[in-house]
Design a protein. Structure first.
Length: 237
């Protein structure tokens, strides 16, 4: 691991009742140790997992709409409101890496079209806009992810079929000796990565949980085992 801990600088926060400091899970956060090369953030929408991941990207010097330290482009509301109020503890510090943000990946792809002069060597030899959504993600993972680096992925499963989520797991496995991953996800497939640390943002606090304790695993397992009963109950409510 390179990034060892994320700490809140609460002594610098003057408006703790305002967003994003009023998010319950963020309010509960003091120090978050990172003890595995692969860490997952899970939780319902609005619980703060993507907000914290974005703040980490900001402190890494990555573009908060997606990209690395070298990607500079304008996107509305790309500033991280939390970024100035966290501290990252490194050993050693790395500057190489990438922040994937699903909701603004289109703008990142357009930015690459404007600046690329390598024949899209880092993206499979074609413009990301000329590939399907899932293909463009895999092109990024397969061609750009390498070396000693930290990769921050915000809901990468949004463009990936189950089969391609398995491909991403293989990519992470192949890079794990050199790279660190922090991933915000809703995918029970990605969460199954062996020996990963999973932090849940549900219930108003950030806490480590096991894979089988995640709602993603429990709900998916129950649905697959009791589909007809589950849907009957759901539709009758």
């Amino acid at each position: 691991m390179y990034l060892k801990q994320v700490s809140m600088k609460w002594h610098e926060v003057t408006k703790k009742t305002e967003y994003p400091f009023n998010i319950p899970a963020i309010q509960s956060l003091d120090q978050l140790p990172l003890t595995s090369n692969v860490t997952f953030f899970v939780g319902e929408n609005g619980t703060g997992k993507s907000t914290l991941l974005e703040a980490i990207a900001y402190q890494c010097g990555f573009h908060t709409a997606g990209g690395s330290r070298n990607n500079l482009y304008d996107v509305h509301a790309a500033h991280s409101a939390l970024g100035d109020y966290i501290r990252l503890s490194w050993l050693p510090k790395v500057t190489n890496g990438f922040f994937l943000r699903a909701e603004s990946f289109y703008q990142f792809a357009s930015h690459i079209d404007e600046i690329d002069d390598t024949g899209y060597a880092n993206y499979g030899g074609r413009s990301l806009h000329e590939q399907s959504h899932g293909e463009s993600y895999l092109s990024l993972f397969l061609n750009r992810f390498n070396g000693k680096a930290i990769y921050l992925l915000d809901e990468p499963e949004s463009a990936l079929s189950p089969q391609r989520q398995l491909t991403l797991l293989k990519i992470i496995h192949d890079l794990q000796g050199q790279c660190q991953f922090i991933i915000a996800t809703h995918s029970p497939i990605l969460l199954g990565y062996p020996d990963a640390i999973i932090y849940s943002f549900d219930g108003g606090k950030v806490q480590e949980i096991q894979y089988e304790e995640t709602e993603h695993y429990q709900l998916t397992r129950y649905f697959l085992q009791h589909r007809e009963k589950f849907l009957k109950t759901l539709f009758e409510e």
